[in-house]
Design a protein around this ligand. Structure first.
Ligand SMILES: *Cc1c(COP(=O)(O)O)cnc(C)c1O
Length: 395
């Protein structure tokens, strides 16, 4: 055996020995509130990012098919050669208007949006100040960039201010604060009012990755910036089309025109990667139309979230408080988190336990996610199962 394969076999064994080897359940239906897997039939799905239930929505599928009919299957080019169709421009404009921003640039994913952002707009003369709970794609994007790096404790404004002071003393030219709009393991929302206040005080810009916020929170589901009332104070937002906004794939960066202009010229993950499929672009326009016009849809995600959160509290679970459809049920104990997820599957509810290294040691949990597609009966079934599981496991 070549040395390389010996190395990887040992590494795989090491991961298995530590109990952290991930296996993937195979689903045999489209994504939805209720799904089949190769092992279980008709389970209620409470771990998808399908917040608005649009992943298999008939109107969205129709818009995707219309996209193929009008624009074809693929576009076989990056944007700046011959990969910019009117459809792509329309989606960019749609996103700008919906999110209250000046201009938008599309990427193949939000991972790429973050990967192509920091090194493009910042250099060694600048400073990036990042929340410790930020998504892996922000961390990787920051790694590519030569700017001074600071990290502050989650949502801790005192630490953020200290970083800003230090960066100012060190003479950083541009200071950029970057935070997730919604922290995905906790379902908590960044304190964007304080972030923007500090940004003003220290002449910094604000970058928000709102992948779990857009289409999910705010009166009109515009995201964390709407929820916090700071739409016009945000400089740049990155986001995904792969969660609430239809759940296929794709991402975007939106914000001040001065920044988007530079990204279009220099962002490597934009310049050297294929344009978004017309299928996704066409469906995404329809998704935003629906959010803007279907007030029932907007209401349903909020109602379902409030109902489920209240139910879990009545049962006596320790949940992280909030208003987001990500509802973490804290077990703290790692084994208990695994057992609870296992037990719930036996009772027809698909949820996943999260433990180290995804969350800190001693903070194990089952992370549930509510969807607008869940019926009241399904939520009641899930709550009842959680109640039984709690008693049976002594949580
Ligand atoms: C899911 C997520 C991403 C990645 O989005 P993709 O479009 O799937 O690459 C990036 N940032 C945050 C905060 C996310 O939650």
């Amino acid at each position: 055996m070549k040395t390389a394969y010996k190395h990887w076999a040992a590494l795989a064994q090491e991961i298995k020995d530590s109990g952290l080897w991930k296996t993937e359940r195979i689903i045999t239906t489209p994504q939805g509130a209720q799904i089949d897997t190769t092992a279980t039939k008709g389970v209620i799905n409470m771990c998808a990012n399908n917040y608005l239930g649009l992943s298999n929505n008939e109107d969205i599928k129709k818009a995707a098919i219309e996209g193929i009919g009008r624009w074809g299957y693929g576009y076989s080019s990056v944007r700046f050669i011959c990969g910019t169709s009117q459809l792509h421009k329309d989606l960019e404009e749609k996103l700008s208007n919906f999110l209250g921003m000046e201009d938008t640039i599309l990427y193949s994913s939000c991972y790429d949006a973050n990967g192509g952002l920091f090194e493009t707009i910042l250099t060694a003369e600048d400073a990036i100040i990042s929340d410790e709970l930020n998504h892996a794609s922000i961390i990787d994007g920051v790694r590519l960039c030569k700017a001074m790096r600071y990290r502050y404790k989650n949502n801790n404004m005192e630490e953020l201010e200290n970083c800003l002071k230090d960066a100012t003393e060190k003479g950083a030219r541009i200071k950029a604060i970057v935070t997730d709009g919604v922290f995905s393991m906790d379902g908590t929302i960044a304190d964007l009012v304080s972030v923007c206040d500090l940004a003003d005080k220290y002449d910094a810009i604000v970058i928000v990755d709102d992948s779990h916020g857009v289409g999910v929170i705010g009166d009109n589901l515009k995201g964390a910036h709407e929820h916090c009332g700071v739409i016009e104070r945000i400089d740049v937002m990155t986001g995904t089309l792969g969660k609430a906004l239809g759940g296929s794939s794709g991402g975007y960066t939106t914000g001040k025109k001065a920044i988007i202009d530079i990204l279009r010229q220099r962002s490597r993950t934009y310049l050297f990667s294929n344009t978004l499929s017309p299928i996704i672009a066409s469906a995404s326009i329809k998704v935003i139309d629906m959010i803007e016009n279907d007030k029932e849809l907007v209401g349903r995600i909020k109602e379902n979230t409030a109902y489920f959160r209240k139910g879990l509290k009545e049962i006596g679970y320790d949940i992280i408080e909030g208003t987001h459809p990500i509802v973490p049920i804290m077990t703290y104990d790692e084994i208990k988190a695994g057992q609870l997820a296992e037990k719930m599957l036996e009772k027809g509810v698909y949820v996943i336990g999260f433990f180290f290294p995804v969350v800190p040691r001693g903070k194990a949990r089952v992370r549930t996610q509510v969807s607008a597609a869940h019926t009241r009966e399904q939520l009641d079934h899930a709550l009842n199962a959680f109640k039984e599981a709690k008693a049976e496991l002594g949580i």
